[in-house]
Design a protein around this ligand. Sequence first.
Ligand code: DC
Length: 220
Amino acid sequence: MINIAIDGPAGAGKSSVAKLAAKELGFIYIDTGALYRAVGVAVLRKGLKTDCREDVLSVLPDIKLGIVFVDGEQRVMLNGEDVSRDIRLPEASMAASNVSAIPEVREFLLEMQKKFARENNCLMDGRDIGTVILPHARPKIFLTASPEVRADRRYKELMEKGTPKDYNELLEEIKLRDYNDSHRAVAPLKPADDAYILDSSDMPIDEVVAKIVSLAKEAM
Ligand code: DC
């Protein structure tokens, strides 16, 4: 199977470009952040703290996660319920970042991700795909953009959705998530040694997609 890894910080546009690139290549797109989000949501639903290891570990045995595809779109199932909407609620972002720092949570999600890659030509996005989950992936892309550009994109996205949020608040949130994700002890966010660093700060989305598709074709 052919596996392509796309890692990078929150808001770099990984999911938008990965979705389009996967479509062009005829591959399945797997968003691994959704799995951490689902674990975060499971903890929040129990009224427990996502930054408390004991709380999170107490919920883990009761979590059954599944990924299904509906019209090519990934849906995440939590104990049989489609939680694809809930995992996009604002509180799910920090919850995911918190639970993702816990080694047992990463271990819990490891095999599921590897299995998908073994069974499908896929483009997988996350934080540690090139470094930990699929070290054999080709190409490995590290997609990034400045925190300001990422906050601005998020700001515009929320405005369009009719749920505006203060730009500076968004910028602080992005910086905090970057810090959390890249400073945790296990599988921190960092480019793999052989990753292609793609800075999308000044690139339109179709150019980013074209670059990823061309890198993928080169590697095949
Ligand atoms: O990509 P995202 O914003 O949906 O990810 C949510 C959180 O999950 C993010 O803050 C870090 C974590 N994550 C991770 O640690 N490893 C991954 N492969 C994907 C996401």
